[in-house]
Write a new protein. Structure first.
Ligand code: PLP
Length: 420
C-alpha cells in the first residue's frame, strides 16, 4: 500500500502510482532519486522558462532571503515590489500602467474579474457583473475561474451547480496565419453574444492567440483586433489572460504584441518568476485605474492576498526579466520555433489529426485520446518527461534548451507513433 498522505492533482489516487521523485534539476533536466535524468519537455506546467537551478536566479533567492523574505503590502512598500511594478509597466503593452500583485495565476484572474465588475459599479453601472468567455478557455481552478472555463469540458462540469453562469462564444477557429475573411465567422459569433448580453457583460476574457489547456488552440491575431473593436462598441472591458502566453511563449514577449492590441486588463503569472516562486500580476490601464481613483473610500479596490508583493517573488521576477532581456531570449525562442516547425509540422501518421507550432509551443493532436495511452512511460524510457492530456501531445520547453536537446524531445514525440 502506498503512502497516501500526499494528495496529487488531477489524479485518481486509488490507481495512481507516482514512482518518480525529483531530487534536483539542472538546466532543462530533472534528476530523479532513482538515478534517472529526464529532459523536461513541459517546463513544469509551462513556467520554468530558464530551466532548473539557474545560477543567478538561485542566487537572488539567497540574497533576498538574507535581507527580507516577506512583509505585508498593506500600508508598507518594499523595494522589489516597487521596482517590479515599474518594470512590468515598462515592458507590457503601452497603457498598462498599474500593477496589482497576487500569488497565483488563478488569483490574478479572480482579481481581474473583480476589477472589471467594480470598474462598472464605481461608475453606477450596476448591471454589468457577468463575464464573456470562450469555449475551450482555461483560466484557473478556483471557483470564479472555473466559471469562465469551458463549461462542457469534463474537468469542471460537475461543479456547475456551484458556479455563476457567464456567457460563452465559440472558440476561435481561424488559425494563426488565417486571412481576415477566415476570421469573420468567429467574430460574427462573438458579436452575437455581445449583442444579446452586453448590458450585463463587464469584461471579455481571452487567452490571446493560444488557448493552452484547451488543447493548444492557436488562433489569429486578427481575432484580437476585431474583438477589441467589439469590446469598445459594446462597452465591455477586454481582459487578456497571459498567464501561459506571457514571457515569450508565443514568440513575442506578450501575445498582445502580435495584434498590436492593448487590453484594458492583463494577467501574468507562470513565466513571471521563471517558475521559481509562485506570483502573479494583474495590470490595468489608466481608464480602469481611474474608475477607482476617488475621494470615496468605498470605491477602493477591496482585495489583498497575504503574499501579494512578496519581496522574494518580486526579486526573482526582476532577475528573471533581466536575464530574459540580456540573454536575448526572443532570439532563442525564434530558433526553437524554427526547429519545432521543421521537426513536427510535416509529421504524418494515421493516428494524427493535426500538428501546430507557435513560438516555443508545439502540439501533435491525435484523432482519439487512446492513441496517447502509455506515451508518458514510453517517453520516460527514452529520457524525456512528457505529459500529454486528452488528445494532445505537446511540448513547451524551457527557452535555454539546446537544439540537440529539443530535437531529442521531438524525435521521442514522433517515435511514439512510428515505433511503439
Ligand atoms: C495555468 C493557468 C492559469 C492558472 O494559474 P495557476 O497559477 O495554476 O493558478 C490561468 N490561466 C491560464 C491561461 C493558465 O495557463
Amino acid at each position: 500500500m502506498q503512502d497516501t498522505s500526499l494528495w496529487f492533482p488531477y489524479a485518481q489516487m486509488k490507481n495512481l502510482e507516482v514512482n518518480y521523485e525529483v531530487e534536483t534539476g539542472e538546466g532543462p533536466y530533472i534528476q530523479l532519486t532513482n538515478g534517472m535524468k529526464l529532459l523536461d519537455a513541459t517546463c513544469s506546467w509551462w513556467c520554468m522558462i530558464h530551466g532548473y537551478r539557474h545560477p543567478e536566479i538561485t542566487q537572488i533567492i539567497h540574497d533576498q532571503a538574507d535581507k527580507l523574505a516577506h512583509v505585508m503590502l498593506g500600508g508598507l512598500k518594499n523595494q522589489p515590489a516597487t521596482a517590479l511594478a515599474k518594470k512590468l509597466v515598462e515592458i507590457t503593452p503601452d497603457g498598462l500602467n498599474h500593477v496589482f500583485f497576487s500569488d497565483s495565476g488563478s488569483v490574478g484572474m479572480e482579481v481581474a474579474m473583480k476589477m472589471a465588475v467594480q470598474f462598472w459599479q464605481n461608475q453606477g453601472q450596476t448591471k454589468k457583473y457577468k463575464m464573456a468567455s470562450l469555449m475551450r478557455a482555461y483560466h484557473g481552478d478556483t471557483t470564479g475561474c472555473m466559471s469562465v472555463c469551458d463549461p462542457e469540458e469534463g474537468m469542471h462540469s460537475l461543479f456547475s451547480g456551484l458556479l455563476p453562469k457567464h456567457h460563452f462564444a465559440p472558440a476561435p477557429t481561424a488559425s494563426f496565419d488565417a486571412p481576415a475573411e477566415a476570421v469573420a465567422s468567429d467574430i460574427a459569433e462573438l458579436r452575437k453574444v455581445f449583442e444579446q448580453h452586453h448590458e450585463e457583460i463587464a469584461g471579455f476574457l481571452v487567452e490571446p492567440l493560444l488557448q493552452a489547456a484547451g488543447g493548444l488552440n492557436m488562433y489569429s491575431p486578427i481575432y484580437l483586433q476585431e474583438a477589441r473593436k467589439l469590446c469598445d462598441e459594446f462597452e465591455i472591458l477586454f481582459i487578456f489572460d497571459e498567464v501561459a502566453t506571457g514571457f515569450g511563449r508565443t514568440g513575442k514577449l506578450f501575445a498582445a504584441e502580435y495584434a498590436e492590441v492593448t487590453p484594458d486588463i492583463m494577467v501574468l503569472s507562470k513565466g513571471l518568476t521563471g517558475g521559481y516562486i509562485g506570483h502573479a500580476a494583474t495590470l490595468a490601464n489608466e481608464r480602469v485605474f481611474n474608475a477607482f481613483w476617488d475621494d470615496d473610500a468605498g470605491k477602493a479596490f477591496m482585495h489583498g492576498p497575504t503574499f501579494m508583493g512578496n519581496p522574494l517573488a518580486c526579486a526573482v521576477a526582476l532577475k528573471s526579466i533581466e536575464v530574459f532581456e540580456r540573454d536575448n531570449y526572443l532570439d532563442k525562442i525564434a530558433d526553437l520555433n524554427q526547429l519545432l516547425k521543421e521537426e513536427l509540422l510535416g509529421f504524418r501518421h494515421e493516428a494524427v489529426l493535426n500538428t501546430r507550432v507557435l513560438g516555443a509551443a508545439a502540439v501533435i493532436e491525435v484523432k482519439d485520446a487512446k492513441a496517447l495511452h502509455g506515451v508518458q512511460d514510453f517517453a520516460i524510457s527514452h529520457g524525456v518527461w512528457l505529459r500529454s492530456f486528452d488528445r494532445y501531445l505537446y511540448t513547451m520547453p524551457p527557452y535555454i534548451i539546446s537544439a540537440d536537446q529539443l530535437q531529442k524531445i521531438t524525435s521521442v514525440m514522433k517515435a511514439w507513433f512510428t515505433t511503439s
